[in-house]
Design a protein around this ligand. Structure first.
Ligand code: IPM
Ligand code: MG
Length: 430
């Protein structure tokens, strides 16, 4: 030992003590930071809970279903959207104007173009749904909407919330109804996807608690689950369908999916003539490709994200998402859209005119049916079946070696004009 030094004076001990102190301070700072981070997260969570409880109150207050037979004129808002959207929407509108010629002339219905929703316009306003556009949408009764670009982390756009998701929430379009039909394979499904809750409602309100910890939130409410399940059962009852299946992952996501499932079971008891069963989403994804079992499914009701995934899978059997339309239904408003994206690459490569407008036309059929124009809807649907599934005289390939969307629309209108449309359509049904 060096003379005059006590044991702890030695450099080695000094170093150790300094290190210990630094660690202590570091840990303390870390603990302080953590407490602050948790406090911040708690406040954030509290605010989210307030918004969700407000939504519950609104659902409890309820409102009546719109009565389209009393509206004069019915205003149909048309949103072209991004990418191939304006191209395919234009063709769908041409067919709509054709089947609604009389109603438009009589002032019973009006088509209205809604602007402000392209990705460029949304980015300019830095809003998923610019205020004036939302106000304009609320002045319509139903909406026909082309695909809208959804920004995601890392692409060239600011990471705005999806306009689709925002519109579904703002207009309270709680039911996303997606039919999938492949007659020759015995597939006749209709999906009732919950559209305003689940992983989506707070999908842009997750929190990075610290640099290392990210948390998102999933929300299911009794009211939200009940209204979608009820709509699915009502559809089954009205259409003489004897089976409704619910899909969750309630074995793992116990609280929210548990509530959805429990609600479905409770509502099912009010429909004793309809068989009710429930499936986990993983096995349901498998059963949809099981040729022996899948024919048995009829009405399928499910929370938002599972519905998003399974409906893309299901549409694939019918010829891909490009062939499917989807209805977003609320009590006051309803919006009808294609379920595919905006295919920017087709536009970049100069192929937009060759995009298949069938999905938008199917969406338009659902719109017509929803507002009670059943004859016009049937005509358009029969023509779409004949042109797209059976006769197939005009084939779209998405490229210049195939027909254009405009040629397909002409073909559909020509088919609608056929006085024996129904007979022709029947001849294909076995
Ligand atoms: C759909 C789409 C949307 C969704 C996207 C574009 C936000 O995939 O309509 O299924 O996830 O709901
Ligand atoms: Mg989807």
């Amino acid at each position: 030992m060096a003379p005059g030094r006590t044991g702890f004076d030695q450099p080695i001990y000094k170093r150790l003590i300094t290190q210990k102190c630094t660690n202590l301070i570091k840990n303390q700072v870390l603990a302080m930071n953590q407490t602050e981070a948790i406090d911040r997260a708690k406040e954030h969570f509290a605010r989210l809970l307030e918004t969700q409880l407000k939504r519950v109150d609104q659902m409890k207050a309820g409102e009546d279903w719109a009565d389209y037979s009393r509206l004069m004129p019915i205003i149909v808002g048309v949103v072209g959207g991004d990418g191939i959207g304006p191209y395919i929407t234009k063709e769908a509108v041409r067919v709509l104007e054709y089947v609604l010629e009389k109603e438009i002339k009589d002032g019973r219905l009006r088509l209205r173009n809604i602007t402000g929703l392209t990705i460029e316009e949304r980015v300019k306003a830095m809003k998923a749904l610019p205020e004036e556009t939302l106000a304009a949408l609320k002045e319509c009764h139903v909406i026909l909407k082309g695909p809208l670009t959804t920004p995601k982390k890392g692409d060239k756009w600011p990471n705005l919330e999806s306009a689709n998701v925002s519109m579904r929430r703002e207009l309270d379009l709680f039911a996303n109804v997606r039919p999938v039909k492949v007659p020759e394979k015995g597939i006749d499904w209709i999906f009732y996807r919950e559209n305003t809750e689940g992983e989506y409602v707070l999908g842009s309100s997750g929190i990075n608690v610290t640099d290392d910890l990210a948390v998102d939130f999933k929300v299911i409410t009794s009211q939200g689950a009940e209204r979608i399940v009820r709509l699915a059962f009502e559809y089954a009852r009205k259409n003489g369908i004897k089976r409704v299946s619910a899909v969750t992952k309630a074995n793992v996501i116990k609280t929210t999916d548990g509530k959805f499932l429990e609600t479905a079971r409770r509502v099912a008891k009010e429909y004793p003539e309809i068989q009710f069963d429930d499936w986990f989403v993983d096995i349901m994804a498998a059963k949809l490709v099981d040729e022996k079992r899948r024919k048995d499914f009829k009405v399928i009701v499910l929370p938002n994200l599972y519905g998003d995934i399974l409906t893309d899978e299901a549409a694939e059997f019918q010829g891909g998402v490009g062939t499917a339309g989807s209805a977003n239904i609320g009590k006051r408003y309803a919006m009808f859209e294609a379920i595919h994206g905006s295919a920017p690459r087709m536009v970049e490569e100069g192929r937009a005119a060759f995009a298949d407008p069938a999905s938008m036309m199917r969406a338009a059929v659902m719109l017509l049916r929803h507002i009670g124009f059943v004859d016009q809807a049937s005509k358009m649907e029969m023509a779409l079946d004949i042109c797209g599934l059976f006769d197939k005289k005009v084939i779209l390939t998405g490229r210049a070696d195939g027909a254009t969307g405009a040629q397909f629309a002409d073909y559909v209108m020509e088919t609608i004009r056929d006085p024996d449309l129904e007979g022709r359509w029947r001849s294909y049904q076995k």
